[in-house]
Design a protein around this ligand. Structure first.
Ligand code: FAD
Ligand code: N01
Length: 533
């Protein structure tokens, strides 16, 4: 067992862990990063399924911390696909010489706070032990894949893959019959991409999701050049915005305009592509009438695109308000169902009873056979990766116990009873409701500035105070409850994992407003945090 001392241990080498390493090392700290995967990249390393790409335009979904990097890098598509994202990630890792402090293929299994020494004792599955003053969980919100709770997977004799742990050499589906379970963002991208390649594709849908067109295409180099000329102010606008992206966020209530005006605006936004549609009006996720108008517009779009009216109806989401689950952003998804080789099966009315050696069987007894099975069944989001580590703070109390009724944080950055431990884009921060690059950079900058403050003031620990945490949790709940978001059985609510507490986990107060709160806390001498020498 190797044993070392570091200033900081970072768990995870996705976008968060990589930027943390770069910043902390530049500030003179000794840093050790552990990454469970055999390479850097996080989400984009693991999610190599066909069609995986971003739903936020790449000129925005990219690092802003280094001007030369953002000036020199050229994106080839509006929405970069996974291989291009991995080229970018590898370029960043090499450009900033990150790899020398990242131990790959090493999973952190435990992090215990030693109260006598004020240090975190970290252990890995490779037998290493590190003692560090600070421990930062950059473990990702969507990094723990979930297999469906369906019996019989082990009996299946074809090949099966989860989208979140896709084989690195790819999978050739040419001429094969394929079944896919799930119709979330991962499934939407996979289905659209493989439909033309496979012999037969059967989609098992339990709940349809709202999807808007991306209108992806080659990058507009003229636009990219314009953005680069004013990248600093462009990035600043994203940081100050609601969702970390450059949209024209309407301030108009949907019902304050005529039906024709509303229709025209929806149509215009639909034409812009992506999340611009979600902010067509200021109140789409707060006013039920506004929400119903948006849902009705999307339903109509689905019916226009899908020839079979029965299939079209099945694809229209009706069990949750529009925008209360992560919107899917697609490139020709609905038209796929006009293909003769694609079949949609409703497994809400007739649930999957079991996976069988040749395919699967529904409760009615109807059986389906296929050569390959794709599980696009999502993630144990936001808390899954943290709970996979035995994290213990003061009095040997575990994070699992502290969060048994749902995650509790102060600002999504720290947890009371866990000094010098930080979470990047943790529950209680805007995180998954935003362009995550903006949220990641904001958290990394805040945390690293905080660690510098602790060092420069000769302090031993910084720790969220219990009452500050309580107040923040109340605020997160209050802001969430003012929207329609908690009405959906979404992974934001923990609803996709049986037994997980139903709590709206991210903070929906907006990226810009949240940043101001975080900065004010610092300006007031880390208000709500206990600083100890
Ligand atoms: P991750 O990229 O998840 O990295 C965390 C890393 O920590 C992983 O590599 C994991 O292996 C490692 N790790 C976890 N636990 C341990 C442990 N115990 N020990 C060691 N290592 C560990 N967001 C957007 O804003 N826009 C998008 O378009 C977008 N598209 C997405 C598409 C997909 C398919 C998915 C799944 C997510 C998408 N996201 C998107 C969210 C995405 O997760 C973030 O944008 C971002 O990549 C997260 O970076 P991260 O470094 O915080 O976490
Ligand atoms: O996962 P999901 P995902 N029987 O949880 C179904 C990001 N992302 O990987 O809704 C039948 O959304 C489940 O059905 P239901 C993005 O933030 C972004 O697709 O529970 N079905 C659902 O349809 C996204 O939100 C992109 O009824 C079962 C699906 O599996 C997040 O990652 C691309 C089932 C899971 O959908 C997660 O997306 C990809 C069962 N037993 C991901 N169990 C971009 O476009 C589960 N399902 C950028």
């Amino acid at each position: 067992m190797s044993s070392t001392q570091q200033d900081v241990v970072i768990v995870g080498a996705g976008f968060s862990g990589m930027y943390l390493l770069h910043r902390l090392r530049g500030l003179g700290f000794s840093v050790q990063v552990f990454e469970a995967g055999p390479d850097v990249g996080g989400t984009w390393f693991w999610n190599r399924y066909p069609g995986a790409r971003v739903d936020v335009q790449s000129i925005t979904y990219s690092y802003s911390f280094d001007d030369a990097l953002q000036q020199e890098w050229e994106w080839t598509e509006r929405y970069a696909a996974q291989p291009e994202l991995m080229r970018y990630i590898n370029h960043v890792a090499d450009r900033f010489d990150l790899r020398r402090d990242i131990q790959l293929a090493t999973r952190v299994t435990a992090a215990h706070f030693d109260e006598a020494a004020n240090r975190w004792e970290i252990e890995t599955d490779r037998g290493s032990h590190v003692s560090a003053q600070f421990c930062i969980m950059a473990t990702g919100c969507l990094s723990v894949s979930r297999l469906p709770d369906i019996t019989g997977l082990e009996s299946y004799q074809g090949d099966w893959h989860h989208t979140g742990a896709w084989p690195h050499d790819g999978v050739d589906f040419t001429g094969k019959s394929v079944g896919i379970i799930g119709t979330g963002s991962s499934a939407v991208q996979t289905i659209t991409t493989i439909a033309a390649q496979v012999d037969q594709l059967t989609v098992f849908q339990r709940t349809p999701n709202f999807s808007v067109p991306a209108w992806n295409g080659h990058a507009d180099h003229e636009l990219a050049q314009q953005v680069k000329e004013s990248y600093a102010s462009y990035r600043q606008r994203a940081r100050e915005s609601f969702a970390g992206d450059i949209f024209d966020f309407s301030q108009t209530p949907a019902m304050s305009v005529t039906a024709d005006e509303r229709e025209a605006e929806f149509e215009r936004r639909w034409g812009l592509g992506g999340f611009a549609f979600l902010v067509s009006f200021v109140d789409l996720v707060t006013d039920p009438a506004a929400n119903a108008a948006a849902a009705e517009f999307v339903h109509r779009k689905i019916r226009e695109q899908v020839q079979d009216p029965v299939v079209a109806e099945l694809l229209c989401p009706k069990d949750h308000p529009f925008g209360t689950k992560r919107l899917c952003v697609d490139t020709g998804y609905y038209q796929v169902y006009n293909r003769d080789n694609v079949t949609l099966v409703d497994v809400k009315s007739d649930p999957i009873a079991a996976i069988t050696p040749t395919g699967l069987r529904l409760e009615s007894g109807t059986a389906y056979a296929f050569d390959s099975l794709i599980l696009a069944t999502g993630f144990d989001a936001m808390t899954g990766a943290l709970f996979a580590i035995d994290i213990r703070g003061r009095d040997d109390a575990s994070l699992q116990e502290h969060w048994s009724a749902g995650p509790r944080t102060y600002l999504g950055l720290q947890v009371s009873g866990f000094p010098n431990l930080f979470t990047i884009t943790g529950p209680g921060s805007p995180s998954v409701l935003s362009n995550m690059m903006v949220s990641i950079e904001q958290h990394v900058d805040w945390v690293t500035d905080c660690i510098v403050y602790v060092r420069d003031h000769g302090l031993a620990t910084i720790e969220a105070e219990r009452d500050a945490e309580d107040r923040w949790v109340d605020h997160v709940n209050e802001v969430g409850a003012a929207t329609l978001l908690p009405e959906a059985n979404s992974w934001y609510m923990g609803a996709n994992v049986p037994g997980k507490p139903r709590v709206f986990m991210p903070y929906v107060g907006g990226v810009g407003a949240y940043r101001i709160i975080c900065d004010e806390v610092v300006a007031k001498g880390y208000e709500g945090f206990a600083l100890k020498a």
